[in-house]
Design a protein around this ligand. Sequence first.
Ligand code: AHM
Length: 333
Amino acid sequence: MKIVTLDEFIIRRQNDFEYATGELTALLRDIGVAAKIVNREVNKAGLVNILGMDGSQNASGDTVQKLDIYANEKLIECLSNSGECAAIASEELDKYVEVPRVEGKSPKYIVVFDPLDGSSNIDVNVSVGTIFGILRRKTDPSVPVSMDDFLQSGAEMVAAGYVLYGTSTILVYTTGNGVNGFTLDPSIGEFCLSHRDIKMPTSGQFYSVNQGYYLKFDVEMRRYIDHCSDMNYGLRYIGSMVSDIHRILFQGGIFLYPNTRKYPKGKLRLLYECAPLSFVVEQAGGRAITLGRNRIMDLKPKSLHQNVTIAIGSPDTVTEMEEFLEKYAVKLI
Ligand code: AHM
């Protein structure tokens, strides 16, 4: 069978867009390059004792960085390559930053990302991921980027995806025409098309939630979790959202991060995590809502780092959970 590389696929798909000029294509390729560089470092993470701990100097005299900071820098560097990215906002940075202009370019796009989601897993050799979303800027390319360019809903994203650094490294993305996955072949250093037009099961027997917080959840969430247990649904929770959602994409089920007493508005970020992953999941036939029962993709962020509660996964399973919210939520008189 003929191997289709990510670059080849992206270029072929450019024709899906009327008036496409290749700018989005170039951006996706920049992200693919960053993913390969981050992957190389993630794979070396277990060698910190040999190569040097975070903050220390390695054998070459370079200071060893925390991997999430490293991933952040590499993404920014790679997104500066094509000149098609005007600015970025990252979970690792307080404010958005403008990307240095490449001569002759007036970039129309901005990129939001979580460079290394679930990074606390790195120390114990468990999967982590990169999540990204691409938005068309609202302001004219001739003026500086503004906050309004970033505060757009998931429904306005033109592309989104993730990279999972797992037993193998896979890049999954959508431009609104289905979802495709590319596995990194380390022998040739290329992402190769491995999962074409991914469609998730309409329901599933897995639920993914930090059940340690059970007593901190609202009563309707506790009733739903009781139901999952009654039904013998399997509990799977890696503590790395990309990994948990990747499994659900293929095996079906639901991922939940509800409000707790510590995180009354949820822990996960709307712009960097929930909106891009909701775009991917919806394109694969799934659903993603808040526990206030609003579609995640419709939410317009009020700030860059806004948190949100989330229930995401197979459409029938999310709907089943929603019925519990409706039935058991405390109704104030
Ligand atoms: P991080 O951005 O600090 O890595 O946190 C995000 C991660 C998600 O990947 C994961 O689903 C969640 O935090 C786990 O949180 P908890 O340990 O509270 O269950």
